[in-house]
Design a protein around this ligand. Structure first.
Ligand code: PMV
Length: 335
Protein backbone atom coordinates (compact mmCIF):
# COMPACT_ATOMS: atom_id res chain seq x y z
CA UNK A 1 0.00 0.00 0.00
CA UNK A 2 1.30 3.43 -0.98
CA UNK A 3 0.87 6.51 1.12
CA UNK A 4 1.01 10.17 0.13
CA UNK A 5 4.71 10.56 1.06
CA UNK A 6 5.69 7.64 -1.20
CA UNK A 7 4.01 9.37 -4.14
CA UNK A 8 5.56 12.77 -3.39
CA UNK A 9 9.02 11.22 -3.00
CA UNK A 10 8.65 9.37 -6.27
CA UNK A 11 7.50 12.44 -8.21
CA UNK A 12 10.17 14.73 -6.78
CA UNK A 13 13.02 12.18 -6.96
CA UNK A 14 14.86 13.65 -9.93
CA UNK A 15 13.77 17.25 -9.60
CA UNK A 16 16.32 20.02 -9.78
CA UNK A 17 15.99 22.69 -7.10
CA UNK A 18 16.62 26.37 -7.76
CA UNK A 19 14.65 28.04 -5.03
CA UNK A 20 13.14 31.49 -5.47
CA UNK A 21 12.23 33.60 -2.47
CA UNK A 22 8.62 33.93 -3.51
CA UNK A 23 6.10 32.53 -6.00
CA UNK A 24 2.72 33.98 -6.97
CA UNK A 25 0.27 31.86 -8.95
CA UNK A 26 -3.43 31.51 -9.82
CA UNK A 27 -5.62 28.41 -10.23
CA UNK A 28 -9.24 28.51 -11.39
CA UNK A 29 -12.07 26.76 -9.54
CA UNK A 30 -13.85 24.04 -11.50
CA UNK A 31 -17.35 22.59 -11.62
CA UNK A 32 -17.86 19.00 -12.75
CA UNK A 33 -20.29 18.39 -15.61
CA UNK A 34 -19.81 14.65 -15.04
CA UNK A 35 -19.24 14.20 -11.31
CA UNK A 36 -16.61 12.50 -9.18
CA UNK A 37 -18.51 10.75 -6.39
CA UNK A 38 -16.81 7.91 -4.53
CA UNK A 39 -13.22 6.95 -3.76
CA UNK A 40 -11.56 3.61 -4.33
CA UNK A 41 -8.68 4.73 -2.09
CA UNK A 42 -9.25 7.49 0.44
CA UNK A 43 -5.57 7.95 1.39
CA UNK A 44 -4.57 8.76 -2.20
CA UNK A 45 -7.93 10.26 -3.27
CA UNK A 46 -8.34 7.73 -6.06
CA UNK A 47 -11.80 7.94 -7.63
CA UNK A 48 -14.10 5.10 -8.64
CA UNK A 49 -14.84 6.79 -11.98
CA UNK A 50 -13.54 9.36 -14.45
CA UNK A 51 -15.00 12.88 -14.27
CA UNK A 52 -15.11 15.95 -16.51
CA UNK A 53 -15.20 19.59 -15.47
CA UNK A 54 -15.44 23.16 -16.69
CA UNK A 55 -13.23 25.86 -15.16
CA UNK A 56 -14.52 29.13 -13.71
CA UNK A 57 -12.14 31.49 -15.54
CA UNK A 58 -11.13 34.33 -13.25
CA UNK A 59 -12.91 32.80 -10.23
CA UNK A 60 -10.42 30.78 -8.24
CA UNK A 61 -7.45 31.11 -5.88
CA UNK A 62 -4.49 33.49 -6.04
CA UNK A 63 -1.67 32.14 -3.89
CA UNK A 64 1.60 33.75 -2.84
CA UNK A 65 4.12 31.49 -1.11
CA UNK A 66 7.33 32.34 0.76
CA UNK A 67 9.70 30.54 3.13
CA UNK A 68 8.71 31.50 6.69
CA UNK A 69 11.10 31.91 9.65
CA UNK A 70 8.56 31.40 12.45
CA UNK A 71 7.84 28.22 14.45
CA UNK A 72 4.74 27.30 12.39
CA UNK A 73 3.27 28.00 8.96
CA UNK A 74 1.66 31.41 8.58
CA UNK A 75 -1.62 31.20 6.66
CA UNK A 76 -3.57 34.22 5.46
CA UNK A 77 -6.91 33.83 3.74
CA UNK A 78 -8.55 36.78 2.01
CA UNK A 79 -6.36 39.22 4.00
CA UNK A 80 -6.94 37.67 7.45
CA UNK A 81 -4.34 35.66 9.39
CA UNK A 82 -5.95 32.38 10.41
CA UNK A 83 -5.41 30.88 13.90
CA UNK A 84 -3.31 27.67 13.95
CA UNK A 85 -6.33 25.60 15.05
CA UNK A 86 -8.48 26.75 12.11
CA UNK A 87 -9.64 23.66 10.13
CA UNK A 88 -8.22 25.09 6.88
CA UNK A 89 -4.80 25.63 8.52
CA UNK A 90 -4.72 22.08 9.93
CA UNK A 91 -5.60 20.63 6.54
CA UNK A 92 -3.03 22.79 4.76
CA UNK A 93 -0.30 22.05 7.33
CA UNK A 94 -0.86 18.31 6.91
CA UNK A 95 -0.54 18.72 3.13
CA UNK A 96 2.58 20.93 3.39
CA UNK A 97 4.17 18.32 5.69
CA UNK A 98 4.67 16.29 2.52
CA UNK A 99 6.93 18.98 1.07
CA UNK A 100 9.19 20.24 3.92
CA UNK A 101 12.70 20.00 2.56
CA UNK A 102 14.81 20.42 4.67
CA UNK A 103 12.55 18.98 7.39
CA UNK A 104 11.09 21.68 9.60
CA UNK A 105 10.81 24.24 6.81
CA UNK A 106 7.82 26.56 7.33
CA UNK A 107 5.79 28.38 4.72
CA UNK A 108 3.99 31.69 4.57
CA UNK A 109 0.90 31.22 2.42
CA UNK A 110 -1.31 34.08 1.34
CA UNK A 111 -4.46 32.93 -0.46
CA UNK A 112 -7.06 35.22 -1.94
CA UNK A 113 -10.18 33.53 -3.30
CA UNK A 114 -12.09 35.35 -6.01
CA UNK A 115 -14.87 32.77 -5.84
CA UNK A 116 -17.55 34.01 -3.39
CA UNK A 117 -16.48 31.97 -0.34
CA UNK A 118 -19.18 33.41 1.92
CA UNK A 119 -21.69 31.66 -0.30
CA UNK A 120 -20.32 28.26 0.66
CA UNK A 121 -18.83 27.43 -2.72
CA UNK A 122 -16.01 24.94 -2.35
CA UNK A 123 -12.65 26.59 -2.91
CA UNK A 124 -10.56 23.59 -1.91
CA UNK A 125 -10.04 22.53 -5.55
CA UNK A 126 -8.52 25.84 -6.69
CA UNK A 127 -6.84 26.30 -3.29
CA UNK A 128 -4.87 23.03 -3.43
CA UNK A 129 -4.10 23.39 -7.14
CA UNK A 130 -2.67 26.87 -6.44
CA UNK A 131 -0.57 25.55 -3.52
CA UNK A 132 0.94 22.86 -5.74
CA UNK A 133 1.69 25.37 -8.53
CA UNK A 134 3.29 27.70 -5.98
CA UNK A 135 5.43 24.89 -4.47
CA UNK A 136 6.62 23.95 -7.97
CA UNK A 137 7.41 27.55 -8.95
CA UNK A 138 9.13 28.43 -5.67
CA UNK A 139 11.35 25.33 -5.63
CA UNK A 140 12.03 25.46 -9.39
CA UNK A 141 10.99 21.80 -9.84
CA UNK A 142 9.43 22.37 -13.28
CA UNK A 143 7.26 19.27 -12.88
CA UNK A 144 5.19 18.08 -15.85
CA UNK A 145 1.49 18.99 -15.63
CA UNK A 146 0.56 15.35 -15.08
CA UNK A 147 2.67 15.27 -11.89
CA UNK A 148 1.18 18.57 -10.70
CA UNK A 149 -2.29 17.10 -11.19
CA UNK A 150 -1.38 13.99 -9.14
CA UNK A 151 0.05 16.16 -6.34
CA UNK A 152 -3.02 18.43 -6.31
CA UNK A 153 -5.21 15.30 -6.14
CA UNK A 154 -3.49 14.33 -2.87
CA UNK A 155 -4.82 17.58 -1.36
CA UNK A 156 -8.36 17.26 -2.68
CA UNK A 157 -9.66 15.00 -5.46
CA UNK A 158 -11.27 17.73 -7.54
CA UNK A 159 -8.07 19.85 -7.26
CA UNK A 160 -6.51 17.51 -9.85
CA UNK A 161 -8.80 19.26 -12.40
CA UNK A 162 -8.05 22.86 -11.30
CA UNK A 163 -4.76 23.42 -13.15
CA UNK A 164 -6.27 24.49 -16.48
CA UNK A 165 -8.97 26.65 -17.99
CA UNK A 166 -11.78 25.12 -20.04
CA UNK A 167 -12.84 21.46 -20.13
CA UNK A 168 -10.75 19.05 -18.06
CA UNK A 169 -10.98 15.24 -17.93
CA UNK A 170 -9.78 13.40 -14.82
CA UNK A 171 -8.88 9.79 -15.62
CA UNK A 172 -9.73 7.50 -12.71
CA UNK A 173 -6.85 5.13 -13.55
CA UNK A 174 -6.68 1.59 -12.23
CA UNK A 175 -3.29 1.29 -10.50
CA UNK A 176 -3.03 1.09 -6.73
CA UNK A 177 -0.32 3.76 -6.61
CA UNK A 178 -2.50 6.32 -8.46
CA UNK A 179 0.21 7.25 -10.94
CA UNK A 180 -2.37 6.82 -13.73
CA UNK A 181 -5.02 8.92 -11.96
CA UNK A 182 -4.49 12.46 -13.27
CA UNK A 183 -6.39 15.12 -15.18
CA UNK A 184 -5.69 16.75 -18.52
CA UNK A 185 -7.36 19.53 -20.50
CA UNK A 186 -9.50 18.79 -23.56
CA UNK A 187 -8.39 20.54 -26.76
CA UNK A 188 -11.89 21.91 -27.52
CA UNK A 189 -12.68 25.52 -26.73
CA UNK A 190 -16.31 26.63 -26.58
CA UNK A 191 -15.96 30.32 -26.09
CA UNK A 192 -19.63 31.34 -25.76
CA UNK A 193 -20.37 28.76 -23.07
CA UNK A 194 -21.01 30.27 -19.61
CA UNK A 195 -21.41 28.89 -16.12
CA UNK A 196 -23.14 30.92 -13.42
CA UNK A 197 -23.04 30.57 -9.65
CA UNK A 198 -26.48 30.91 -8.12
CA UNK A 199 -26.06 31.74 -4.46
CA UNK A 200 -29.11 30.47 -2.59
CA UNK A 201 -27.98 29.60 0.89
CA UNK A 202 -24.65 30.37 2.55
CA UNK A 203 -24.87 28.11 5.61
CA UNK A 204 -21.95 25.73 6.04
CA UNK A 205 -22.42 22.23 4.72
CA UNK A 206 -23.34 19.65 7.32
CA UNK A 207 -21.53 16.63 5.87
CA UNK A 208 -18.14 16.99 4.16
CA UNK A 209 -17.69 15.39 0.74
CA UNK A 210 -15.23 12.74 2.00
CA UNK A 211 -17.68 11.41 4.63
CA UNK A 212 -20.65 11.74 2.26
CA UNK A 213 -18.82 9.75 -0.45
CA UNK A 214 -17.77 7.06 2.03
CA UNK A 215 -21.32 6.64 3.28
CA UNK A 216 -22.70 6.50 -0.27
CA UNK A 217 -20.16 3.92 -1.47
CA UNK A 218 -20.64 1.73 1.61
CA UNK A 219 -24.41 1.90 2.15
CA UNK A 220 -26.30 3.19 -0.91
CA UNK A 221 -28.08 0.48 -2.90
CA UNK A 222 -28.03 2.85 -5.89
CA UNK A 223 -24.25 3.21 -5.94
CA UNK A 224 -23.77 0.00 -7.99
CA UNK A 225 -25.38 1.76 -10.95
CA UNK A 226 -23.22 4.91 -10.66
CA UNK A 227 -20.11 3.80 -12.63
CA UNK A 228 -22.30 2.72 -15.57
CA UNK A 229 -24.20 6.01 -15.45
CA UNK A 230 -20.92 7.96 -15.46
CA UNK A 231 -19.65 6.00 -18.49
CA UNK A 232 -22.84 6.86 -20.41
CA UNK A 233 -22.92 10.51 -19.35
CA UNK A 234 -19.22 11.07 -19.95
CA UNK A 235 -19.50 9.72 -23.50
CA UNK A 236 -22.55 11.94 -24.13
CA UNK A 237 -20.76 15.02 -22.78
CA UNK A 238 -17.60 14.35 -24.81
CA UNK A 239 -19.72 13.95 -27.94
CA UNK A 240 -21.74 17.11 -27.18
CA UNK A 241 -18.47 19.06 -26.81
CA UNK A 242 -17.22 17.76 -30.16
CA UNK A 243 -20.55 18.62 -31.81
CA UNK A 244 -20.99 21.98 -29.99
CA UNK A 245 -24.45 20.69 -29.06
CA UNK A 246 -25.49 22.82 -26.08
CA UNK A 247 -28.79 21.01 -25.42
CA UNK A 248 -27.06 17.63 -25.32
CA UNK A 249 -24.31 18.97 -23.03
CA UNK A 250 -26.74 20.62 -20.62
CA UNK A 251 -29.13 17.66 -20.52
CA UNK A 252 -26.37 15.15 -19.78
CA UNK A 253 -24.71 17.36 -17.13
CA UNK A 254 -28.02 18.07 -15.36
CA UNK A 255 -29.08 14.42 -15.37
CA UNK A 256 -25.65 13.36 -14.10
CA UNK A 257 -25.87 15.75 -11.13
CA UNK A 258 -29.35 14.50 -10.25
CA UNK A 259 -28.18 10.88 -10.47
CA UNK A 260 -25.27 11.66 -8.12
CA UNK A 261 -27.66 13.23 -5.59
CA UNK A 262 -29.96 10.20 -5.92
CA UNK A 263 -27.10 7.87 -4.92
CA UNK A 264 -26.44 9.90 -1.77
CA UNK A 265 -30.09 10.26 -0.80
CA UNK A 266 -30.25 6.45 -0.83
CA UNK A 267 -27.31 6.20 1.60
CA UNK A 268 -28.06 5.20 5.19
CA UNK A 269 -28.22 7.60 6.92
CA UNK A 270 -29.18 9.72 3.91
CA UNK A 271 -27.07 12.62 2.67
CA UNK A 272 -29.22 15.51 1.46
CA UNK A 273 -27.56 18.80 0.52
CA UNK A 274 -30.71 20.36 -0.91
CA UNK A 275 -32.56 23.16 0.84
CA UNK A 276 -36.06 24.45 -0.01
CA UNK A 277 -34.40 27.23 -2.08
CA UNK A 278 -32.54 24.58 -4.13
CA UNK A 279 -35.75 22.80 -5.11
CA UNK A 280 -37.44 26.09 -5.89
CA UNK A 281 -34.53 27.11 -8.15
CA UNK A 282 -34.59 23.71 -9.93
CA UNK A 283 -38.29 24.26 -10.70
CA UNK A 284 -37.52 27.77 -11.99
CA UNK A 285 -34.82 26.42 -14.32
CA UNK A 286 -37.24 23.79 -15.62
CA UNK A 287 -40.01 26.29 -16.17
CA UNK A 288 -37.65 28.76 -17.94
CA UNK A 289 -36.61 25.86 -20.17
CA UNK A 290 -40.23 24.92 -20.86
CA UNK A 291 -40.66 28.55 -22.00
CA UNK A 292 -37.87 28.08 -24.54
CA UNK A 293 -34.73 29.27 -22.72
CA UNK A 294 -31.62 27.11 -23.22
CA UNK A 295 -30.74 26.75 -19.54
CA UNK A 296 -29.51 23.80 -17.44
CA UNK A 297 -28.17 23.36 -13.93
CA UNK A 298 -25.72 21.25 -11.98
CA UNK A 299 -25.24 20.88 -8.21
CA UNK A 300 -22.42 19.72 -5.94
CA UNK A 301 -22.03 18.97 -2.23
CA UNK A 302 -24.08 21.97 -1.15
CA UNK A 303 -27.45 23.70 -1.61
CA UNK A 304 -26.44 26.13 -4.40
CA UNK A 305 -26.99 25.70 -8.14
CA UNK A 306 -24.58 26.30 -11.00
CA UNK A 307 -26.33 27.27 -14.22
CA UNK A 308 -25.17 26.48 -17.76
CA UNK A 309 -26.07 28.83 -20.61
CA UNK A 310 -24.61 30.66 -23.60
CA UNK A 311 -23.42 34.25 -23.82
CA UNK A 312 -26.35 35.20 -26.07
CA UNK A 313 -28.79 34.37 -23.21
CA UNK A 314 -26.67 35.76 -20.36
CA UNK A 315 -28.48 39.08 -19.84
CA UNK A 316 -31.95 37.46 -19.88
CA UNK A 317 -30.84 34.78 -17.41
CA UNK A 318 -29.07 37.26 -15.09
CA UNK A 319 -32.32 39.27 -15.00
CA UNK A 320 -34.35 36.19 -14.07
CA UNK A 321 -31.96 34.85 -11.41
CA UNK A 322 -31.11 37.54 -8.90
CA UNK A 323 -27.46 37.61 -7.77
CA UNK A 324 -26.23 35.16 -10.44
CA UNK A 325 -22.45 35.45 -10.90
CA UNK A 326 -21.43 34.56 -14.48
CA UNK A 327 -18.04 32.99 -15.17
CA UNK A 328 -16.39 32.69 -18.57
CA UNK A 329 -14.40 29.43 -18.51
CA UNK A 330 -11.90 30.73 -21.07
CA UNK A 331 -11.25 34.16 -19.59
CA UNK A 332 -8.68 34.17 -16.81
CA UNK A 333 -8.55 37.94 -16.31
CA UNK A 334 -11.44 39.76 -14.70
CA UNK A 335 -13.32 41.70 -17.36
O1 PMV B 1 -12.73 17.03 -4.24
P1 PMV B 1 -13.81 16.93 -3.23
O2 PMV B 1 -13.47 15.94 -2.18
O3 PMV B 1 -14.20 18.27 -2.68
O4 PMV B 1 -15.14 16.34 -3.94
C1 PMV B 1 -15.84 16.99 -4.94
C2 PMV B 1 -17.15 16.36 -5.19
C3 PMV B 1 -18.11 17.10 -6.10
O5 PMV B 1 -17.84 18.49 -6.11
C4 PMV B 1 -19.53 16.90 -5.58
C5 PMV B 1 -18.08 16.54 -7.52
C6 PMV B 1 -16.90 16.93 -8.38
O6 PMV B 1 -16.58 16.14 -9.29
O7 PMV B 1 -16.31 18.02 -8.19
Amino acid sequence: MCNKSDIVNRLLADCPESRQSEAAVFAPANIALCKYWGKRDSELNLPVTDSLSLSLGSLGSHCTMRIHDGPADLVQLNGTTLPPDHPFVSRLTRFLNLFRQPPGRRFHIETVNTIPTAAGFASSASGFAAIVKALDAMHGWKLPERSLSILARLGSGSASRSLWQGFVHWHAGSGTDGMDSFAEPLPEQWTDLRIGLLILNSSRKTTGSTEAMRRTVETSALYDAWPRQVATDLAAIRQAIRDRDFQALGAAAEANALAMHATMMAARPAVLYWQPESVEAIQRVWSARADGLALYFTMDAGPNLKLLYREADRTTIEQQFDGLVTANPWQEREP
